[in-house]
Design a protein around this ligand. Sequence first.
Ligand code: AMP
Length: 249
Amino acid sequence: MKILVPVKRVVDYNVKVQVKSDRTGVDIANVKMSMNPFDEIAVEEAVRLKEKGVATEVIVVSCGLVQCEETLRTALAIGADRGILVETTVELQPLAVAKLLKVLVDREQPGLVILGKQAIDDDCNQTGQMLAALADLPQATFASKVEFVDGKAHVTREIDGGLETISFTLPAVVTTDLRLNEPRYVTLPNIMKAKKKPLERLTAEALGVDVTPRIKTLKVSEPPKRGAGIKVPDVAALVDKLKNEAKVI
Ligand code: AMP
């Protein structure tokens, strides 16, 4: 079984982004970029499935600027077998990415597509669901455990108030939650090996997908600054403030 893992290049989670002065977005010039953390979990899971003998090949794909190649090399260093870079300078929205991935799913015929549940830059949480709909595949989002029994996938999902386990046939789309696994450290020898792994370069046009943005960002603004806290003398004063000032009880 082939596994396809889409990986997105995003601003590193440690970076505190600044809103641009014209409020059209956040400033990402000269900031550290990394693989979306949920995608690292997806790559790790796919590589573990290959190590267990469940998967035969792990293919990673990234759509965006030419610099996404770095993200693909990181995924190859974790243990993926080959990479596909779909190059475009257009700012991609989830529907465009899902359409590009659909073309690759048709071409590669993976048994499983594992994506992150959301990209930490746009927080959309849409691409996996859109891909499942476009490719007409079963989907399991927010996976915290993935198992394969008798040709079927069993996925435990994190839902409000507990866990849900669902079973479905392959091929399918799964999106990862934080507790699925802890990605391994990438070692220097594996970084060196990754440089020699195959990487195919495609363009959105070559795949015949119109990636024109459908949604326009009107304004991006900083969250309001939090006011300073105060100390209350006792529980009665706290309850009084919650009732009469904050009006939350
Ligand atoms: P989103 O719907 O934008 O929150 O993204 C959900 C997941 O879709 C991410 O965790 C990635 O696995 C995948 N994805 C989104 N954008 C891209 C992209 N440009 N290239 C590759 N994968 C992507």
